[in-house]
Design a protein around this ligand. Structure first.
Ligand SMILES: [Zn+2]
Length: 418
C-alpha cells in the first residue's frame, strides 16, 4: 500500500478497497473518507473527483459527497482547474490542505529541544530550537524548556487559524508503549520518566494526541518519506548514530521497528561476546566501538566528545581518528551483515552524525560486507533528510492519525453531514 510522502508510516494501514462485512454505516463512511483522503495525498499528478472515483472504485456521487466533507473540514483544497482534452467542464485537482492542521514534532537531544510544525501538505509552518544541556539539567528545567519551545511554535502556527492535530516526542532512548523512557545512553537522568504524564502535568502540551518514539525510528520515517518522494529505493537499513546508535529496517517506505523503539537498539547489540565491557552489563556492544564517545577516546581526545572536532581531525588526515572511524565502520558492518543478508536488503543509510563519516567508512564497510555476505555490493549512503530528520519524522508521525482516520477530525469539528 502506498503511504503519504509527508506522513509517517508506522501504523499498519487499513486496506484501501472493500469494507468489512456488517460494518455500521458510520464505520463505512469513516473508512471511505480515509480511502479518498489517501488517494488525494498520493495521486501524482493531483487527482480530480472523477479520477478518484476511477482509482478507488467508489461511485462518483459518493466521492463528491466525501470530497465535500473533506473540503469543509479543511483537510484538502481545490487546485486551479485543468482544461481537459475531452469536451466538458475542466477538472479540479485536489490536494492536501495547507496551514489548516499541523503536526508537532518535538525532539529532545542532549544539547537542546527542537519543535517543528508541519501541515498536511508537508509544508514547514514553524520551527524553533532552544539550547539546553538536557543531559545535565534537572528534569523540571528540561520540561519547562519543552513547554517554551512548544508554546512558541504553536503560537506561530495557530496565528492564522491552524489547529494542532497531534504531537510526537522523539527521544534518543528506548521507550515503552506508554511513553516511559526505559533506557537512554545520552539522557540518563530521564530514565524512568513517563513523558506524556510529565508534559501534561506541566501544561507543556495541549489537549491533543501525544505519541512518544525513539529518535532513530522517527528519523527513519522521515528518510523513508523523502526516498519515496525522490523516487529513491525504499528498502534499506537506516542507522542513526552519534552519542547512541539506533537502527530501523525500512521496507516499501514503511519503518518496521515500531515507533517505540522496542529493544532493538543497535548500539547494544554485541559484535564480540569477549569484547569491551558495556554499562548495560554485556560485552562487545557496538556502542563501545562506533559511538561518538568511543571514537573520541580511540582518536586520543580528552574531555567531552565533540563531533565537529572529530570531523575536522578526519579532514586534516589525523591518522588515529582515521583508524578509529574505519574500525567503527567495520564494526557497524558486522552488526548489520546478518539482517541485510536475511532480508535481502542491499542498501545502508547512515544518518545523524554518522551521515558525515560516510566517505571515511565506505571502503571498510564494503570490504567487511564482501567478506561476510559475498560479492553482491551493498550501497552505503548518507541520509537525504539532513540535520532535522528526527524532528521532521516526529511531526510527520503526529499527523498520521489524521491521515489514517480523518473521520476523527471531522466529528471533532462537528461536521457529520453527507
Ligand atoms: Zn551495551
Amino acid at each position: 500500500m502506498q503511504e503519504h510522502a509527508g506522513a509517517s508510516t508506522l501504523v499498519t494501514p487499513t486496506p484501501s478497497t472493500g469494507t468489512a462485512r456488517g460494518a455500521q454505516p458510520s464505520a463505512v463512511r469513516a473508512h471511505n473518507l480515509h480511502v479518498v483522503l489517501d488517494c488525494i495525498v498520493h495521486a501524482e499528478p493531483p487527482a480530480s473527483r472523477a479520477e478518484i472515483a476511477a482509482l478507488t472504485g467508489l461511485g462518483k456521487g459518493t466521492v463528491t459527497a466525501l470530497v465535500d466533507t473533506l473540503l469543509r473540514a479543511r483537510l484538502i483544497r481545490e487546485l486551479a482547474p485543468v482544461a481537459s482534452t475531452a469536451v466538458g467542464r475542466p477538472s479540479v485537482p485536489l490536494a492536501p490542505a495547507r496551514a489548516t492542521y499541523v503536526g508537532l514534532g518535538i525532539e529532545l537531544a542532549p544539547d537542546g529541544v527542537s519543535v517543528r510544525a508541519i501541515d498536511l501538505a508537508g509544508g514547514l509552518i514553524a520551527h524553533t530550537t532552544l539550547d539546553l544541556d538536557l543531559a545535565g539539567s534537572a528534569i523540571s528545567g528540561g520540561i519547562e524548556t519543552i513547554r517554551q519551545a512548544v508554546t512558541q511554535v504553536v503560537d506561530v502556527s495557530t496565528e492564522d487559524g491552524a489547529l494542532v492535530a497531534g504531537a510526537c516526542v522523539a527521544v534518543p532512548a528506548v521507550v515503552d508503549e506508554k511513553g516511559q523512557i526505559l533506557r537512554s545512553d545520552s539522557l540518563r537522568r530521564w530514565e524512568g520518566i513517563s513523558l506524556p504524564a510529565a508534559l501534561r502535568s506541566a501544561d507543556a502540551i495541549g489537549d491533543y494526541p501525544l505519541h512518544v518514539g525513539a529518535s532513530a525510528s522517527l528519523a527513519a520515517t522521515a528518510e523513508a518519506a523523502l526516498a519515496r518522494s525522490e523516487h529513491q529505493p525504499e528498502q534499506f537499513i537506516h542507522v542513526y548514530g552519534g552519542l547512541s546508535i539506533g537502527a530501523s529496517i525500512v521496507g516499501d517506505a514503511s519503518v518496521r521497528p515500531d515507533v517505540y523503539g522496542g529493544l532493538r537498539e543497535l548500539g547494544h547489540i554485541s559484535i564480540d561476546p569477549r569484547g569491551r565491557p558495556c554499562p548495560c552489563g554485556r560485552r562487545g556492544c557496538l556502542r563501545q566501538y562506533a559511538s561518538l564517545p568511543a571514537l573520541w577516546s580511540a582518536a586520543g581526545q580528552r574531555g567531552e566528545p565533540d563531533g565537529s572536532v572529530l570531523l575536522s581531525l578526519l579532514e586534516s588526515g589525523h591518522r588515529a581518528t582515521h583508524h578509529a572511524v574505519d574500525d567503527a565502520g567495520r564494526a557497524i558492518a558486522r552488526a548489520l551483515a546478518a539482517p541485510l543478508g536475511l532480508l535481502g536488503l542491499r542498501e545502508v543509510v547512515l544518518d545523524g552524525w554518522f551521515a558525515h563519516i560516510v566517505p571515511f567508512v565506505r571502503d571498510g564497510m564494503r570490504h567487511e560486507f564482501a567478506e561476510l555476505l559475498g560479492a553482491d555490493p551493498i550501497l552505503i549512503r548518507g541520509s537525504l533528510s539532513g540535520r532535522w530528520s528526527v524532528v521532521i519524522g516526529a511531526a510527520q508521525f503526529a499527523l498520521n492519525d489524521v491521515f489514517q482516520d480523518p473521520g476523527r477530525i471531522i466529528s471533532d469539528s462537528g461536521d457529520e453531514g453527507s
